[in-house]
Each structure stands twice: as C-alpha cells, then as structure tokens.
Design a protein around this ligand. Structure first.
Ligand SMILES: Cc1cc2nc3c(=O)[nH]c(=O)nc-3n(C[C@H](O)[C@H](O)[C@H](O)COP(=O)(O)OP(=O)(O)OC[C@H]3O[C@@H](n4cnc5c(N)ncnc54)[C@H](O)[C@@H]3O)c2cc1C
Length: 410
C-alpha cells in the first residue's frame, strides 16, 4: 500500500517550510509530508544568504515582491519574536557613488513610498550620524525597517513549528518523479498525495516540468561569494548598499552586518556552471552544465539586460581584492587585508523566460493539476516566505481562511 498524505511539499527551504506551516495552520489535523533531499536543513539558498530582512522598497509597485516583502518582513519579525530567534535591528543605508546615481536613488524613494515602506532621504551629515563609516555623494537613503537574522536559525525554527503543528519533515528524502496525485521518492517509495506543492528552489523548474507546468522557463544559476571581515563586532552598524543597476536583477556588492555584529562583503552574481556549484566539484552534474551551456547564450543575446556589462562587472569579482575594492567605494576604511575569511557561497535560483530571453524579476507561482508550483523564489524570498505562503494559500484556494489583511506586530 502506498503511503498517503493530504499534501506533499517538495523542498525543505524556507518557502517549502512556510507553505507547509501555512497549510497546517489553516487545516489543523491534515497530513502534511515535506520532502527534503538533504540530510540537514538550510543546505541551499535558505541557509546560504545574507540573512537580510528586506524592507521592500526596490520593487515596482505592481509586483508580487512589492506586495509580499513588506508583509513578509513584518511576519518574519513576529515569527522570530514568537520563537526566540534573535533579530538585529541594523537598518540600512543606500549610498550614491556619483551624482549620476541620484535619480535612481530618488526612484527607490518613490517606489518605497508607493509600497508603503518607511524611508528617508538624508544628506551627507545625516548619513554620518547613521553610519559614520559610510560615504555618499550628496544624498543617501535610510531604511529603518531593514534588519538581519541568522538564515539557518530561522529555517530550523520554522521546521520546528511545522513539526509542532503535526507536519512531518522527511530529511534525506528526494522526490525523483511526480505527477498529479503522486510522488515517487528515493526513501519512502511512492506517496499518494491529495495535493503536491513544489518549492524545490534550484530544481523548481525541473519539478514543474514533471507536471507540464512552466515549460517556457529554464533555471540559470548565479553564484554569490562572500568575504568576512576581521573587524571587531559592532564596528559597522548598518547594512551599506550601492544604488542598483535597474537593468539587472541583483543589488550589487554590499556590506552587511551579521546578527552577531560581524561584517561581510558580497554577494557576487557570477554565472554558476551547475545548480549546486558552490566551489570544487561537489554536486557536479554534467547534464546540468550542458543545460546551462545551452541556455546561457540565449540570455547573452537578451535585449532586456546589459549582459556583456553584467559579465564585465561580475567576473572580476572572483578576485577577493577586486570585490573588496568595490565595497571600499561604499565604506572607504575597508581594506583587502581585513577581509580574508571566505563565507559560505550561495547560488541564486534565477529563471530565464525562454521566449523573451528575460530574467524573471518577480516571484512566479503557477497552478498545475492537483499541484502548485513556486518556481521563481528569487531574492528576497527568504524575507517574503511567510507572506508568499499566505498569498499562495489564498490566491490558489488551498486553504479555507486567510487573515492577510490583518495587522501584524513588530
Ligand atoms: C547569495 C544569496 C544571498 C541572498 N540574500 C538574501 C537576503 O539577504 N534576504 C532575502 O530575503 N533573500 C536573500 N536571498 C534569497 C533567498 O535565499 C531565497 O530567495 C530563498 O532562500 C529561496 O528559498 P527556497 O525555499 O525557494 O529555496 P532553497 O532554500 O534552495 O530550498 C529548496 C530546497 O528544495 C530541496 N530540493 C530540491 N529538489 C528536491 C527534490 N527533488 N526532492 C526533495 N527536495 C528537493 C533542496 O535541497 C533545497 O533544500 C539570497 C540568495 C542568495 C543565493
């Protein structure tokens, strides 16, 4: 007899856990089985990111990211308070490196205001009061609701809440195939499922394709490298970010403060050669490298992005000294000799829309037969995950009640 479950969630990153949690909150007593192929949680993006609770001001007001990041920030803070996960209230400054960047800085302010995010334009003296180590040209943007937490501590705590609500988190268990109403796993055999939720991160396109969903998309992985500083904890108090290039989906090299007050520089956005390409040959898969090699040229000829410019700016960042020089444009006291400790790299699961050759900038959720697919959980989905889950439950009719409009403390 195959095992049966009301819901099977494929993927135990923050998005899969948030969806399992939201289902159980709305349908207490139902059976939820979450499959995670790794023997431990937080092995991929959800444990390998900057841990920044974004405020939600970068995104076009009509996007899902705009709607779900501000809400996700509030929900994640409330969750951390409930579960005793430390959050460091750093805030964040976005600094201009030339007068030419000021219009883009003002556009961020306009977007933030449209998205209902608290933001303030400050002059050089105001920036000095907020973060004495940062430098800007004329003006900077101050975001008080940006913060930081340990990404893996949040994932572990959310997995615990799923278990507390009666869900089963099956570690070391991969879905090897699936379709409407069934999932074949490597460890538990076939599981018969009322509904399948795909939250497989770097493999979300593969899983969706099993259901005939999202076949116009291919995953293009981008690697993010970090370097930690040897500065004493607390020397830098705020996250310091550059003004991003609006043609590309990444925020540029920045300095973040960790929850324990250390400083790190990164991440890069270097094309990865396979999905879990964290360095060395770990996770190497020749088929995936071949697929990336076939997909990348389509991106290269995209009219929507400055791809040659992206390659010119990103590839040199493999060199630590170059990366640190970029960061010194934001915080002049940064020195290469102080940033020698390599951080755990992460890989961004970024979808390319094949017909338009456009990188998908927004979250993408698609319904399938007896299934729901979160196929572009790009940054800042770690911040937004609880709001993404709330949205998916309501929008796709997966649960009977939702309180999305209600206020959340914090
Ligand atoms: C370098 C970097 C920095 C970032 N910084 C931030 C930040 O500061 N703030 C922020 O909000 N966001 C940030 N992000 C984005 C954020 O990390 C992701 O958006 C988020 O973690 C996505 O979560 P996920 O659950 O979709 O993916 P994942 O964490 O990758 O989880 C997917 C899981 O599915 C599992 N899986 C895959 N296939 C199968 C299968 N067949 N069977 C079973 N399990 C499977 C994988 O093992 C994995 O654990 C960053 C991302 C990167 C890479």
């Amino acid at each position: 007899m195959p095992r049966t479950s009301d819901v099977v969630v494929i993927g135990g990153g923050i998005v899969g856990l948030a969806l399992a949690d939201a289902w159980l909150e709305r349908q207490p007593g139902s059976s939820v089985l979450l499959l995670e192929k790794e023997p431990a949680l937080a092995a991929h993006a959800s444990g390998r990111n900057s841990g920044v609770l974004h405020a939600g001001f970068y995104y076009a007001p009509d996007s899902l990211k705009a709607r779900l990041t501000r809400r996700g920030n509030q929900l994640l803070r409330a969750f951390c308070a409930e579960r005793g996960v430390p959050v460091r209230q750093t805030g964040k400054v976005v600094v201009a490196q030339s007068p030419e960047e000021l219009p883009a800085l003002h556009e961020l302010l306009r977007r933030g205001q449209a998205n209902g995010v608290p933001l303030e334009l400050v002059d050089e003296a105001g920036l000095h009061d907020l973060e004495p180590l940062a430098r800007t040209v004329e003006q900077a943007l101050w975001s008080p609701s940006t913060a930081v937490a340990s990404p893996s501590a949040v994932v572990e705590a959310l997995a615990q809440r799923v278990r507390d609500r009666g869900g089963e988190v099956a570690l070391g268990t991969a879905a090897v195939s699936a379709g409407p109403g069934w999932v074949i796993t490597d460890r538990l055999g076939t599981v018969s499922a009322g509904h399948v939720i795909n939250a497989a991160g770097l493999y979300a396109d593969t899983v969706a394709h099993w259901f005939g969903v999202g076949t116009e998309y291919r995953m293009l992985p981008f690697k993010g490298l970090y370097w930690y500083g040897s500065w004493e904890p607390g020397r830098l108090q705020r996250h310091v970010y550059p003004v991003p290039d609006p043609r590309n989906p990444f925020l540029g090299v920045h300095l973040t403060v960790t929850v324990d007050g250390r400083v790190k520089i990164g991440p890069t956005a270097i094309p990865a050669l396979w999905r879990e390409d964290y360095g060395g040959l770990g996770g190497f898969d020749a088929g995936e490298t071949w697929q990336v090699a076939r997909t990348f040229p389509r991106f290269l000829r995209s009219a929507h992005h400055d791809v040659p410019g992206l390659i010119r700016t990103e590839l040199p960042k493999y060199a630590r000294r170059h990366l640190v020089r970029q960061a010194a444009g934001l915080v002049p006291s940064v020195r290469a000799e102080d940033f020698r400790i390599k951080g755990r790299p992460g890989v961004r699961a970024q979808l390319l829309h094949l017909p338009t050759r456009r990188l998908e900038m927004d979250f993408v959720v698609r319904p399938g037969e007896r299934s729901t697919h979160v196929i572009n959980a790009v940054s800042p989905a770690w911040t937004s995950a609880l709001a993404v889950a709330e949205y998916v439950m309501r929008e796709y009719g997966l649960a009977s009640s939702s309180d999305e409009a209600g206020p959340v403390g914090g």
